[in-house]
Design a protein around this ligand. Structure first.
Ligand code: SAM
Length: 323
């Protein structure tokens, strides 16, 4: 039926993300030894796409590491637990990148459709470099679509049924609503109807006192580049359902403030690239691949934004910043 077809197309976007990430990893922009395991037909992306992938990767990895560092310090003092929830995790390898560096959350959840998770779980088990990083108590569940352990859970479900379906599963697997928690949505909430993404955001504000959320999503649908972006996706049957409700940098930030979050900041990828990437890194990247389309890069990068919002004024959370 039609809705199922559109779900399948959305699931397919996890492959695009993995192909871009593999391209950036193979060329040396980013260090991700695991992503190659998920890409059967590698493609070399254009320099400006690789630059964008690098910048997106930096923002997400830096925030994850900051969160785990500050909340682990706190953990020793107050014996709290920290949690990470990746919404629409796709073929994201962050859990393994952190584990490889011995950085672990008390609990780390990844949520996506069963179809994607089945592929992910099978690959993790097939590849010794990933499998060895799984907690010793990991069990395959739900016919191969889930992984369960005390620390790491890959859970399958539909984010549109968050409160009804996903939350009970999180709780069943040890999610603690009083623990400091980072939620991440990398190109995920934007695919949901705003009523569904808003209800996820509302559940977090109402239920998790110490939460932060990092989103990385498309913005600016109305200018020429934005329309091109939308048409390209539409030609593939994909729709950015959240884009009209939250079209600008300000609106992606204000959506959190108006829904009861205590602080929120947003920055587009172009500014993030200018302000957050150190000169030494920029020189290293210039040696990998020459990028002369700076205008094009900035045009592209203006259409993607990070938002970081908090439900708490607590000091360890305030130290987690985008730049
Ligand atoms: N976050 C990953 C990354 O950055 O590599 C994947 C991004 S991919 C563009 C979007 C992901 O969101 C897909 O894996 C898709 O299956 C998932 N997704 C979209 N809508 C979903 C829903 N209603 N329930 C569960 N997962 C969903």
């Amino acid at each position: 039926s039609a809705p199922e077809d559109s779900d399948r197309l959305v699931q397919g976007t996890s492959n695009d993300a993995a192909i871009s990430r593999e391209s950036a990893a193979r060329l040396g922009y980013i260090a991700d030894p695991f992503i190659q395991h998920f890409v059967r037909h590698p493609q070399r992306r254009a320099p400006l796409i690789n630059r964008g992938t690098f910048t997106r990767f930096q923002g997400v990895q830096k925030t994850l590491r900051q969160f785990l560092r500050y909340t682990s310090q706190n953990q020793q003092q107050h014996q709290t637990q920290n949690q990470v929830v990746i919404l629409g995790s796709g073929l994201d390898t962050s859990y393994f990148l952190l584990a490889k560096d011995n950085i672990r959350a008390k609990r780390y959840f990844e949520i996506d459709f069963a179809e994607i998770n089945a592929k992910k779980a099978a690959t993790i088990y097939k590849k010794p470099d990933m499998r060895r990083l799984l907690p010793a108590d990991t069990k395959v569940a739900a016919g191969g679509c889930e992984l369960h352990s005390e620390e790491y859970c890959l859970l399958s479900g539909d984010l549109r049924l968050f409160a009804q379906d996903i939350v009970p599963r999180l709780l069943e697997h040890g999610f603690d609503t009083s623990a400091p928690t980072l939620f991440v949505s990398e190109c995920v909430l934007i695919y949901l109807d705003p009523q569904h993404s808003d209800s996820i955001i509302d559940w977090i504000t109402e239920s998790v006192a110490n939460a932060a959320i990092l989103t990385y999503e498309q913005i600016l649908p109305s200018d020429r580049f934005g329309q091109m972006m939308i048409e390209n996706l539409r030609a593939r049957g994909l729709e950015l359902r959240g884009l009209m409700a939250y079209p600008s940098l300000e609106s992606t930030r204000d959506r959190f403030l108006s829904r009861g979050w205590v602080s929120a900041a947003a920055i587009d990828l172009s500014d993030y690239h200018k302000k957050a990437i150190p000169q030494s890194e920029l020189s290293r990247l210039a040696r990998i691949e020459f990028l002369d389309e700076w205008e094009e890069f900035s045009l592209l990068a203006k259409h993607y934004a990070f938002t970081l919002a908090h439900t708490t004024h607590s000091k360890s959370f305030a130290s987690i910043k985008l730049i």
